[in-house]
Design a protein around this ligand. Structure first.
Ligand code: GDD
Ligand code: MG
Length: 366
């Protein structure tokens, strides 16, 4: 089975995490995000994957290579300029089989694609969308279904008065290649806005899934995905690496303080005496947590240093960041790669600091 992953978006909502790393390969717990997708796809018989890249394409290729480390054949198509979701699929057409699974490249899920493929076959659909129930459909593509699972309306980013169901497009669909005949080449096309509506009552079906599902495209949801993976809420192999205290601890990590599981502690990490790591935290490779520091529910990426008595709570600390003593980094804050905060800076409420910015001691008190 073949799959095409759409991974050409700029990931603007995840900046500054995605300022230097393309969204598909942003590290999530212990691997580039898209590796979770490749595992999931492989589990449903996919062995041939095409990745549609635009922004920072070489970054994706450098991390994922030919796919051999992930057990699939990987090929890349690179648009000269962003063509939108429909334009990107059209652009990849020469590489596509008659029937292909198309995946949005920012969704962490364990939806049963095998069941979806079986339904697609049974109904004779031209396109079958996986559907998932969400609390607020306004940020997604809302889908109204008939009793026979055919779609009677598709509304991308519906307005409040249009919302009468919680079912949305999960960003995983089976497509018959002939659907692409209707898409003009070389033009920016949104498959959600320009193609799905034309297939209503014309071969578009939905397959409701009861599964874990999360679009990881914002800092809040990225942290949520991290916590859910550590909790074992989504089917992945991450918890397989846990010890008796639910901590995945690299053999060469040096923990003198306390790490409360579930947590992931990468290779070369040092947690100093008196430091506390809790609340479903991920420490990337070679991270240093200083004496008396407290890291709670956070993601601290490779090579970052958290100074003595600093606190990091539900925040994302980019690779190589240095936090001075007694810094406080609070809820939803994202620090880009290489940021340096002098002693006693206090950031909170989703503040975002762009890569390589340096702040002197005590510059910000939120
Ligand atoms: N190659 C390429 N080129 N990929 C693109 C482009 C492009 O021009 N534009 C977007 N993508 C990729 C993104 O990288 C992402 O993986 C996927 O297509 C979807 O784009 P998003 O920008 O993340 O869309 P969204 O989250 O607002 O909405 C989409 O996903 C929802 C589910 O998460 C829609 O498909 C909704 O209908 C759906 O409910
Ligand atoms: Mg998205």
């Amino acid at each position: 089975m073949q799959a095409l992953i759409l991974a050409g978006g700029q990931g603007t909502r995840l900046r500054p995490l995605t300022a230097t790393v393309p969204k598909p390969v942003v590290p999530l717990v212990d691997r580039p995000f898209i590796a979770f997708m490749l595992d999931w796809l492989r589990g449903h018989g996919v062995d041939d994957v095409v990745i549609s890249c635009g922004f920072l394409a070489s970054g994706v290729r450098n991390v994922l290579g030919d796919g051999s480390s992930w057990g699939v054949r990987l090929r890349y198509v690179e648009e000269p300029r962003p063509l939108g979701t429909g334009g990107a699929v059209k652009f990849a057409e020469p590489l596509l089989d008659e029937r292909v699974l198309i995946l949005n490249g920012d969704v962490l899920t364990d939806i049963d694609l095998t069941a979806q493929l079986a339904q697609h076959e049974r109904t004779g659909a031209r396109l079958t969308l996986a559907l998932i129930g969400v609390d607020d459909p306004s940020a997604y593509g809302l889908v109204r279904l008939n009793d026979d699972d055919s779609v009677c309306a598709f509304l991308e980013k519906p307005s409040p008065d249009q919302i009468d169901t919680n079912l949305v497009n999960a960003g995983a669909y089976v497509l018959e290649r002939e659907v692409l005949d209707a898409i003009p080449p070389g033009r920016n096309v949104s498959i959600e806005r320009e193609v799905f509506p034309t297939l209503v009552d014309n071969g578009l079906y939905g397959c409701s899934a009861d599964a874990y599902w999360l679009d990881i495209g914002t800092p809040e949801r990225y942290l949520q995905a991290t916590h859910d993976i550590l909790d074992g809420a989504v089917r992945t192999s991450v918890p397989d690496g846990y010890d008796g205290r639910n901590v995945a601890l690299a053999a060469d990590a040096e923990v003198r303080g306390r790490v409360v599981g579930p947590a992931h502690v990468g290779s070369g990490v040092r947690v100093a005496q008196g430091a506390l790591v809790s609340g479903r935290t991920v420490l990337g490779r070679n991270v240093e947590i200083g004496p008396g520091a407290h890291v709670d529910g956070a993601v601290v990426l490779d090579g970052a240093v958290v100074g003595p008595h600093a606190t990091v709570t539900n925040a994302i600390v980019g690779p190589g960041v240095q936090l001075g003593a007694r810094c406080r980094v609070g809820e939803g804050v994202v620090l880009g790669e290489g940021v340096v905060l002098g002693d006693e800076n206090h950031l909170d409420a989703g503040a975002r600091v762009f890569p390589n910015v340096s702040l002197p001691d005590g510059a910000i008190k939120f």
